[in-house]
Design a binder for this molecule. Structure first.
Ligand SMILES: [Zn+2]
Length: 407
């Protein structure tokens, strides 16, 4: 399956396979991008033979409000050739070719090796970006020790140092993407970086690659349940985004960049799972405006928030489900939450069927999340019922027959 060009407006953590580009709802007008931030290899002399056999404790540059700072992470057991149980092809430094095309076939790139102990690399080097991505993947992968996913395929990580295309449309594609057992990290143009991401590069937000790895987990569960072909339908994209957001949020214990700040591109819309408001001040409510706009349009452009975009809908669903969990009295651990999340992934992918399409499928898959939370943690409190009613006003009455405590 081939991915289409995403258009001038970059997407955060892009959705998958869409063929239409025409914007039916355009939040801003953008001029073509002129400058592109490129990343370089700090240690080109590091070869496979010289690479560290075990990375051990490393310092990785992450963003702290306005400036990058080094934070220590444990990458013991992972070699400087970035071999790990989660990665198949290791980390690949690839040249950017065309937006969301089949990179591996076009440009397989070269492996990236690490020779400097402790992660002694400049903040904008490819090596530092690779280390951050490894930390992000490991953070999720470690959760699977308690909750193994059978036959989970390993992923390859592609880091694109530079945009080489002259096509202004392609220069505007700055993103992190999961597709077909591969995670891609692209550079930012300066304009996008300042306008959309508030100057914080995606690679400095460890939540981002963890989110992409969350897509990988859901895809693997769908394949196990033989419903992989049904996963990437438009009605499932908001579900996939909410699942991936929650994977990252729970794996990091609510501190998705590893230093206590949640950044999910909040310049576009607030992806902080625990925050009840979008950036325009509206509350996260899955209302008719959102749903009808989403299903009426095939555009995939971003916004603030943008009802045509699967990430905005996904942010509401993630907020809605986590809000239910947050209302239990007991001190639920992040591990328990992660376990329930995987349970939702399993149950929703096992129930995907061609009989449900469009909004009905969205309702069914979200309802599975509500059901699994109740099964995992017990009946809902009055506050939880109220939260459900407020966040999902269109679906609430459909679920009510299964929720006697909410009558
Ligand atoms: Zn995503």
């Amino acid at each position: 399956m081939k991915l289409a060009t995403l258009g001038l407006m970059p997407l955060l953590f892009a959705c998958q396979a869409h063929q239409r580009e025409q914007a039916l709802w355009t939040p801003h007008s953008f001029t073509p991008y002129t400058t592109t931030r490129g990343y370089a290899l700090a240690d080109p002399d590091c070869t496979k033979e010289k690479a560290l056999t075990d990375l051990g404790t490393v310092s990785v540059w992450v963003w702290n409000t306005t400036w990058p700072e080094k934070v220590h992470f444990n990458l013991s057991g992972i070699s400087g050739a970035l071999q790990s149980r989660a990665l198949a092809g290791g980390v690949i430094k690839a040249v950017y070719s065309r937006a969301n095309q089949a990179y591996q076939e076009e440009n397989p790139g070269e492996p990236l090796y690490l020779c400097r102990p402790g992660g002694d690399y400049p903040h904008d080097s490819l090596e530092n970006i690779a280390l951050g991505a490894m930390v992000s993947i490991k953070q999720v992968f470690d959760q699977l020790e308690r909750n193994p996913i059978r036959a989970l395929p390993r992923v390859s990580l592609f880091i694109h140092p530079q945009v080489t295309s002259d096509d202004p449309k392609e220069k505007g594609v700055d993103n992190a993407v999961y597709f077909g057992n591969k995670i891609f990290i692209y550079p930012h143009s300066e304009e996008v970086l300042q306008k959309i991401y508030q100057g914080i590069p995606l690679w400095a937000q460890l939540s981002v690659v963890s989110h992409e790895y969350g897509h990988h987990l859901l895809a693997a569960l769908a394949v196990q349940n033989q419903t992989g072909a049904l996963l990437n339908r438009r009605e499932m994209l908001p579900i996939e985004e909410s699942f991936a957001d929650l994977v990252s949020y729970y794996a990091w214990g609510g501190k998705t960049d590893g230093i206590g700040k949640l950044r999910f591109g909040d310049a576009i819309y607030n992806r902080d799972v625990a925050t009840c408001q979008c950036d325009d001040g509206s509350f996260k409510v899955l209302n008719n405006n959102y749903l009808s706009s989403y299903f009426a349009s095939l555009a995939l452009l971003g916004g603030a928030p943008n009802p045509t975009d699967c990430h905005s809908l996904g942010a509401i669903i993630a907020f809605g489900l986590e809000g239910l969990i947050a209302r239990y009295d007991s001190q639920l651990s992040w591990d328990h939450k992660f376990t329930a999340l995987l349970r939702w992934g399993r149950s929703m992918t096992s129930r995907l069927t061609v009989q449900y399409a469009g909004e009905e499928q969205l309702l069914q898959a979200t309802g599975q999340g509500v059901r699994v939370i109740r099964q995992s943690f017990g009946t809902f409190s009055e506050l939880a019922c109220q939260h459900l009613k407020t966040t999902f006003p269109l679906y609430y009455h459909r679920w009510l027959s299964l929720l006697p405590e909410c009558h």
